[in-house]
Design a protein around this ligand. Sequence first.
Ligand SMILES: Cc1ncc(COP(=O)(O)O)c(C=O)c1O
Length: 350
Amino acid sequence: MLPNLFLSEYVKKVFDSYPKLLGTYSSAQGDEELREALSRFMVRQHWVQLTASEMVITTGAQQAIDLLSRIYIRSMDPILVERPTYSAALDIFRQQGARLLPVDIYPDGYDLERVELLMKRYKPRLFYMNPTFHNPTGYTVPSAQRKQLVELAERYRCLIIEDDAFHDMYFDKPPPMPLITYDTEGWVVYLRSFSKYVAPGLRICSVIGRRPVIGSLITAKSLADNGTPCVNQKIFLHYFGSERLQQHQEKLRIALQVRRDIMEREFAGAGWDWVSPQGGLNLWVKLPDSIPMEPFFAECVRQSISFVPGAICDPLREMKSWIRLSYSFVNEGQLREGARRLTDIAERFK
Ligand SMILES: Cc1ncc(COP(=O)(O)O)c(C=O)c1O
């Protein structure tokens, strides 16, 4: 489902338009033309008031999470993280020595009383969240909670890192506005990676925030790599501004929805639990507790089936009977076959 054919055309166009591109470094903040284009897009799509100076381009969202952790987290600093959450983010926070305070995410959002209690009691510096088609669960925090979360962040001076990697990967209707739309005081820093629907190979993420956050991020970015490669940024810029991306995105949404449906149909009789995702790339499935995860996982890998075990997404390293299955990676036939194999193996281990 990658736009290979189109991208190769843009590569040629970009090298013709910028003959000195290969010999040029980007600024640490990111290509100005790209930041201008992406800030216009954010203003149009989300009514966020912003200029290109309030944006940094990073090499993927993962780099942004890493840089923000280096800036904001000192050893033993308490931070809020969803439970479960994106496992690489947990690895980054642990590496930085953070004390992880889990906030359960449910199909209808968080328990805001608990969020407030944790903010009041521990004064965390950060709350890392992925509130839209969340990885791994696919859940989306409803809009009513979004405004309240920003108010809590302001009241308790806790910076929200809003990781919005799946925003455009919706099925029937677009998701609610991002939290940063409600932010007037600068307590939200917004990460919009384009890895998931343009190309992971380009690793382009735009980070939006207010001045103090952006200033520190530019310094951290210049220390890390002095700027995301210009070639990637310009190719992305030209593709991003094209009608083709729009068409590609629409096809992708349909293809992902079809694959989600296939997976759900295959699992219908298995007696497993999940909440049907309305966007994103994953199905978060609860298997029977009786299945021993380690040998089960080993057997699946032996039969060429891969999934993310729930425990690695859990800040408490529990959730052993949960798994995250991706329906984006293989074609429909392989998906059907893989799902059947998975249910057969599970049946044997039950
Ligand atoms: C929630 C979340 N954030 C960030 C990333 C990483 O994105 P990028 O490729 O832009 O580093 C992923 C990738 O799976 C993700 O699921």
